[in-house]
Write a protein of this length. Structure first.
Length: 381
């Protein structure tokens, strides 16, 4: 009997931890360094891929994602080393998706050309705003014009180009967002990631909010209205909300992210990277050392993984519930058979918060803004 990952895919996540500057809203594992020896880092990432491959054995890789940090600060030669090693270790599927995140300020034609030549076939641009004052507030180093130029440049080398925007920003009105999102959809190819601004602990925004100096954040009601407006405008433009924050024309969804949300396996390589690997019928959650220098030292000692934890069946089902409810097509009831609280399920179904069709369940349009509540209600105490 095939293991679940064989049905839902196997991916590789590569974390490049370096940025030109730290954005005040960002709680990702990103670091500013004056100099980075790219050959040392490429060799370390390659070593970790080989080490992981020795554990997994032969597999077919369906997606690779370079995240960060700012992966577009990588030299094409470093990307080439990673991809060549991955190809040596695992087979590539015929339609493998290879995505690289890019910031407009780190985009240069020779890099895009190099990435495409070595196999990258999808780029995700961190534009975040098409409004000059808000780019400044978000700590972004690029201008609106640079963002648009970077997008046009990416289109020269890649058929699939996505970009991110953040909304529910300081002092943003419904009319502001309606205009900005319309401009974004006029630009977009087939995919947009649209995130509500959240104030995460440990960020500069969090510190400002605690001091009372982060003014103009939307009320809960305005945040809900902005979310509803986002769904309405994107749906009208043919960009389906296949996941809570991700919109795409049918057939152009991010395959790598779908792998996460559907419960596939993925190897997490690089500082702070997380992974999920099924080995000999047992599923493990892995987490790498976060500090770049600590990770590099650990790799030289044999492994960049700091923690590897075997997941129980309830752990696995809990993750499937949390991730699967984010998707518009939901999840299979069999994935959460031991976890679900059926009386609560029936109440939520009656209230129109969730739907059921044969063996699949999911959150309705009414329920999707309240996923945390649904998860807490559906899972047994």
């Amino acid at each position: 009997m095939p293991e679940l990952w064989q049905e839902r895919g196997f991916g590789l996540y590569v974390h490049w931890p370096f940025c030109a500057a730290k954005c005040p809203y960002c709680d990702f594992n990103s670091h500013v360094r004056a100099e980075v020896d790219q050959s040392i880092w490429a060799d370390a990432l390659a070593a970790e891929i080989r080490r992981t491959g020795a554990k997994t054995g032969p597999r077919v890789l369906s997606s690779i994602f370079f995240g960060g940090g700012t992966p577009s600060l990588m030299e094409p030669s470093a990307v080439a080393t990673v991809l060549a090693t991955a190809r040596d270790v695992w087979d590539f599927s015929n339609d493998i998706e290879i995505t690289l995140e890019a910031n407009p300020t780190s985009v240069e034609a020779h890099r895009f050309e190099g990435y495409a030549r070595h196999g990258v076939n999808r780029v995700s641009l961190g534009i975040q705003s098409l409004n000059k004052p808000d780019l400044v507030k978000l700590g972004r180093l690029h201008s609106v014009k640079e963002a648009q130029t970077a997008f046009s440049l990416a289109r020269q080398f890649f058929e699939r180009v996505s970009f991110d925007l953040i909304y529910a920003r300081q002092n943003q009105t419904l009319d502001d967002w309606r205009h900005e999102l319309g401009t974004a959809l006029d630009m977009a190819v087939d995919h947009l990631s649209l995130y509500q601004l959240t104030i995460e602990e440990g960020t500069a925004f969090w510190d400002r909010a605690q001091r009372g100096s982060l003014k103009g954040l939307p009320t809960d009601d305005l945040g809900a209205d902005l979310y509803d407006l986002t769904q309405e405008i994107c749906e009208r433009a043919g960009f389906v909300a296949y996941e809570v924050s991700n919109h795409a024309r049918p057939g152009t969804e991010s395959r790598h992210n779908l792998l996460y949300w559907r419960g596939g396996d993925y190897a997490g390589i690089g500082p702070g990277a997380h992974g999920r690997l099924t080995l000999n019928g047992r599923r493990f959650a892995t987490e790498c050392w976060k500090q770049p220098e600590a990770w590099l030292k650990a790799v030289s000692g044999g492994s960049g993984i700091k923690i590897s934890t075997e997941l129980s069946q309830l752990d696995i089902e809990d993750e499937r519930l949390i991730m699967g409810l984010r998707l518009i097509d939901g999840l299979d009831i069999g994935d959460i058979a031991n976890l679900i609280d059926w009386p609560r399920f029936d109440r939520l179904l009656k209230d129109g918060m969730i739907w059921r069709q044969d063996n699949r369940i999911g959150a309705t349009a009414l329920g999707r803004p309240f996923l945390n509540h649904l998860i807490a209600q559906l899972a047994k105490s």
